[in-house]
Design a protein around this ligand. Sequence first.
Ligand SMILES: [Zn+2]
Length: 176
Amino acid sequence: MVQPIVLYPDPILKKVCRPADWRDPQVQQVAQDLVDTMQAGPGVGVAAPQIGHDLRIFVVDVTPKHPGHGLLVLLNPEMVGKEGSVTGREGCLSIPDFTASVRRFSKILVQAQDLQGNQRILESEGFEAVCLQHELDHLDGILFLDRVSCLKTDVFRRKGVQPRFDPQEYPQGAQS
Ligand SMILES: [Zn+2]
């Protein structure tokens, strides 16, 4: 089912999420809700804390607009390889007020479980790799504004949106 998106500064967005057990029916439900929520909205990825669950699950699908693996549902993902760097403009469904320039690795290896408990390793680059890093961060309570090197010059107000807070007062790096 499509779920409402949790918005910053909800404290769940700053939590380090707990491991997800694929045998737990709640985990399967959260995964399905993430898929439904992503497909109903403008986002190319949604992580469990963004729909109110502190579980290490996210979904990403950058296709067909960008090359990628199609729909990815990842449980307990970890970045096990990384190289290069790329700086691009990012946004987040939980912070609809702003976009920002963020530096990421350009190519990564991610190890994760699927919904049947199979371990897999995924190689990703380009826009998909950036999205995966953004969603990986969500599972550790890190938002894209935490990755901005200068809150004064690298954050941009979205057109037609009245910002709910001053980005220069965003408490970078704070998490519990
Ligand atoms: Zn996000």
